[in-house]
Design a protein around this ligand. Structure first.
Ligand SMILES: N[C@@H](CCC[C@H](N)C(=O)O)C(=O)O
Length: 285
């Protein structure tokens, strides 16, 4: 019987099964099935998806992420912090600052540790995409989508679109508690205006340095946290003059807080925790 060794980790409750591809051999054409099977809460381990920590020719490690519906995404902010922690604690890297390759490009991770145990990680996520073509989204490809009206399920909302390597739609609301996440998330993700789907975020401003945040993720549904989504939210806040560039902004997600800074140089810095839940062995059916 085939066995897959994994480490279950989470970043603010956004949990994935991490597979060390330096040691495990998985068939490329079965990765999507493994994500669905292993993530199943009833018959698998239960998770928001799987993340492969792979060898890379461009960096010490490469991250690949599959949502729990089996779809592969190009980026994952909470995943990057966990990959950085795993790589450092398991000797895949020896420096405290190192590169990680993703399908969206190469990012720089810096771990903060005590006695070899990483408690938090800053990832330089690179520059956000702010044009329609970056998502992609239908319409004039070279234009931005900032506070633009969109009609969904018969109601009109204003939203801002940002790519962090994966597509995000950010909706600013007065009360995060009444945000129609469950309805708007799937509707927008399946909307033909977003040919590659959409991660949907509702964001409530507390001050220019503090926002509440809830997310419906493409390929998974409602999760406790989304790192790329929090980055997109702060970029969207700055584009709408609700926050300032080059300032640390605290984003309160369902699972805890992230600190995000869209610097004047254009990079988005994300800082937050990463935690190990358990190690295990999955018996392939
Ligand atoms: N939870 C992640 C994002 C995971 C991928 C996303 N659902 C997509 O399909 O783009 C994060 O922390 O960024």
């Amino acid at each position: 019987m085939k066995k897959i060794h994994f480490t279950k980790m989470h970043g603010l409750g956004n949990n994935y099964l991490y597979i060390n591809m330096f040691e495990e051999k998985l068939e490329e054409d079965r990765l999507s099935n493994y994500a669905v099977e292993m993530s199943n809460v009833h018959t698998g381990v239960g998770s928001d998806g799987i993340i492969l920590i792979c060898p890379s020719e461009k960096a010490p490690v490469k991250m690949r992420i599959f949502n729990n519906d089996g779809s592969e995404a190009k980026n994952c902010g909470n995943g990057l912090r966990c990959v950085a922690k795993y790589a450092f604690e398991n000797g895949l890297v020896s420096e405290e600052s190192f590169k990680i390759e993703t399908l969206a490009g190469i990012v720089q991770a810096s771990v903060f540790q005590n006695d070899g145990i990483v408690h938090s990680v800053t990832v330089d996520m690179g520059e956000p995409g702010v044009l329609r073509r970056d998502l992609p989204m239908a319409g004039e490809q070279e234009s931005r989508v900032v506070n633009e009206e969109i009609t969904v399920l018969g109601k009109t909302y204003s939203f801002t679109a940002v790519s962090m390597g994966n597509p995000h739609g950010v909706f600013f609301v007065d009360d995060i508690g009444t945000a129609p996440l469950k309805e708007l998330g799937p509707a927008l993700n399946n909307d033909e205006r977003f040919p590659e789907g959409l991660n949907v975020e509702f964001v409530e401003k507390v001050s220019r340095q503090e926002f509440h945040f809830r997310v419906w993720e493409r390929g998974t549904g409602i999760t406790q946290a989304c790192g790329t989504g929090a980055c997109a939210a702060v970029v969207a806040a700055a584009l709408n003059n609700l926050a300032d560039r080059n300032e640390e902004v605290t984003v309160h997600l369902a699972g805890g807080d992230l600190i995000i800074n869209w610097t004047n140089e254009g990079k988005v810095l994300m800082t937050g925790p990463a935690e190990v839940i358990c190690n295990g062995v999955y018996f392939v059916k």
